[in-house]
Ligand binder design. Structure first.
Ligand SMILES: Nc1ncnc2c1ncn2[C@@H]1O[C@H](COP(=O)(O)OP(=O)(O)O)[C@@H](O)[C@H]1O
Ligand SMILES: [Mg+2]
Length: 614
């Protein structure tokens, strides 16, 4: 079991601190039902243990009543019936406790999981790009399982057992004297100490066993997958050797695991026997000198035997809790990772939808930015896009075009200068209102593994079928969808891979149309379309962008001819700016790019009509 290395900041906390951090979840503010349940469960826990502790007491009284003190024996019916009832109570309250606590426990697990999940979405794009998503979701999965097992074992095992040890020691002290109590406590302490120490030493063998096991499996699988290669080189013996190596290590680890378990059990039994013998010798002395009845002799024995029962699982419990705490800790540390991009206190809201406001005015004011401090990508970019204007950004790949859109969307904060929308620095408005105001059709569209309808409606959760179809028509994807056997219910596959690049882009455009934002960013939104579809969609996009501020990042210049201003971005600097006509007249970078593409288009024309570009 290789654990994902999440490389999280912060120091690991102690086991106790981690377990304590669960407490607020067990006592959720304002949830009266949960409070009642917790109190009830604690009540049941105590009741169960009181009943358990009384069982040997009643038993010993019954023994005394049966021993022929006087010449006749009375059958102690009440005592025996009482004994039976106590046994029922002991078990019954135990079960009741579990039942009452179950919903608190599961609620806690759910809340912790959801909180972590929400936090994942709050964390920055930088955080997510730096980590494997699979690792994060596994951390949540393991963490919740950890919470589950820590709660269950702590509440149902450790706490009740400790309570029982305390109660039994107290009773023995009262009934006999402090020496009996001291021996009992000492025996239990030695037992616990030995078990915990031994179990934590032993866990290492078990882990090796699991690791080696999965390694052997991987090797076997890989070897069989490469069946042909093995044959080409006649390496069957070599493969068998490698497999056997892994198996041999498994064998060693497995034997060690078994032998140490036997040693653990043996040690535990020896400690029990020692404690029992000592205490019974003391009791036998008491019986002999008449200070103690036979019932009392039976009583100490029963108490010790009863105490050792739950302690039997201690090794397992200890290791499980330890592992659970490690897994929980991982998850809690995820929750503690600070938000890189956070709302400023008192951040204002930006008008979001077109219906609520006019198109947004965008200003980039001497913006500097680098993903890493040692490599600046944008070196002082300034431009203004008036409300409703169409601004185009063109330039070679890697120039920083998409980076501009990420800054506007505030996936990252600028390292110098500022970005304004409607005169507000975007760091002064809430992220949710900022993002609601901007629609992005990204360069690489990924879709949810769900239906086409779901993916389009994602632009505005709860949109009706009619609205979805309207958006799909505008994005030129409706006709394609209705021709599919399952229409809008067609599943798009993982990350949308069952659709062609162009179809995916159309779906992405449709869902942005549905979002109806005041600012539209098209990041090479039509790059995967063939020229004809692109022209069709261009018309649609022109409609859509008519009364919004639009930022078009394009690679094919034919799509930006009508822009109010065109920026030519080269290596993070604005190399040229102006309208299409003025840039052509200038005969610089843009004019060169334009000529090149025109030639290309002339050469490609016959194919591009039928074959999708890229
Ligand atoms: N998350 C990232 N971390 C580090 N560097 C990045 C990251 N994203 C992009 N870059 C780099 O920033 C530069 C600009 O990227 P980008 O804005 O996507 O270019 P383009 O103009 O083609 O859209 C590229 O050199 C790219 O390698
Ligand atoms: Mg890009």
């Amino acid at each position: 079991m290789a654990r994902p290395n999440l490389a999280l900041p912060g120091q690991p906390r102690s086991t106790l601190a981690t377990v304590t951090s669960l407490l607020p979840y067990l006592w959720p503010k304002g949830d009266r039902g949960a409070h009642v349940r917790v109190v009830l469960a604690v009540g049941c826990l105590i009741a169960a243990k009181v009943a358990t502790v009384y069982i040997p007491l009643v038993y010993s009284h019954a023994v005394d009543a049966l021993s022929p003190k006087n010449s006749f024996v009375v059958i102690p019916v009440a005592l025996i019936v009482g004994y039976g009832l106590l046994r029922v109570a002991s078990a019954g309250f135990g079960e009741l406790r579990d039942a009452v606590f179950a919903s608190v426990q599961q609620r806690t697990v759910r809340r912790v999981a959801v909180e972590t999940f929400q936090h994942m979405h709050r964390l920055s794009l930088r955080f997510h790009l730096d980590r494997q998503t699979g690792g994060l979701s596994r951390a949540i999965e393991r963490g919740t399982a950890g919470v589950q097992s820590v709660l269950r074992l702590a509440v149902f095992n450790v706490v009740p057992t400790l309570l029982e040890v305390l109660m039994v020691t107290g009773i023995i002290w009262r009934l006999f004297d402090w020496r009996f109590a001291a021996v009992t406590l000492a025996a239990v302490s030695v037992y616990i100490g030995f078990t915990v120490a031994f179990a934590s030493w032993r866990v290492h063998f078990r882990r090796t066993m699991n690791d080696v096991d999965s390694e052997a499996n991987t090797k076997a699988l890989d070897s069989l997958l490469n069946y042909e290669t093995v044959k080409y080189f006649g390496n069957e013996a070599h493969e068998a050797q490698r497999f056997d190596d892994a198996q041999r290590r498994y064998e060693t680890a497995a034997v060690k695991t078994q032998v140490t378990l036997n040693m653990l059990n043996l040690g535990q039994a020896a400690i029990i026997a020692l404690g029992l013998t000592a205490i019974m010798l003391m009791a036998a002395n008491g019986v002999q000198d008449g200070s103690m009845t036979v019932g009392r002799f039976v009583l100490v024995n029963t108490y010790l035997m009863q105490l050792y029962q739950p302690l039997n699982f201690l090794g397992f419990v200890y290791n499980t809790i330890k592992q659970g705490v490690v897994d929980m800790e991982q998850m809690f540390r995820l929750i503690q990772v600070e938000q890189e991009i956070a709302d400023r206190p008192g951040a204002t809201t930006l008008a979001a939808h077109r219906t609520h406001g006019t198109p947004g005015a965008i200003v980039f004011d001497d913006v500097h930015f680098g993903y890493r401090p040692d490599r600046e990508i944008l070196h002082g970019i300034s431009f203004t896009a008036k409300a409703g204007a169409k601004l185009a950004i063109v330039g070679p790949t890697g120039a920083g075009k998409s980076t501009l859109s990420r800054l506007l969307f505030r996936f990252y904060d600028v390292t110098g200068g500022r970005v304004l929308i409607d005169g507000h620095d975007i760091r002064d408005v809430t992220q949710s209102s900022l993002r609601a105001a901007i629609g992005v059709v990204p360069q690489d569209t990924v879709l949810f593994n769900d239906t086409i309808r779901y993916n389009i409606a994602y632009g505005r959760v709860g949109a009706s079928q009619a609205e979805v179809e309207r958006a799909a028509r505008l994005a030129q994807v409706h006709d394609f969808v209705v021709r599919l056997p399952e229409g809008y219910d067609t599943k798009v596959g993982e990350r949308g891979l069952k659709l062609s690049g162009g179809e995916k882009q159309c779906v992405a455009i449709a869902r942005t149309i549905l979002k109806d934002p005041r600012i539209l960013i098209l990041d090479e939104a039509t790059s995967a379309l063939d020229t004809r579809t692109e022209q069709e969609i261009e018309a649609a996009l022109r409609n859509v962008s008519a009364d919004r501020t639009t930022l078009v990042i394009a690679h094919r210049l034919s799509t930006v001819v009508d822009a109010d201003e065109i920026l030519v971005l080269v290596d993070g600097r604005v190399a040229e700016r102006g309208t299409h006509a003025s840039l052509l007249a200038r005969d610089g970078v843009y004019a060169r790019m334009w000529r090149l593409q025109a030639e290309q288009a002339a050469v490609d024309r016959p194919e591009t009509e039928v074959i999708a570009a890229e």
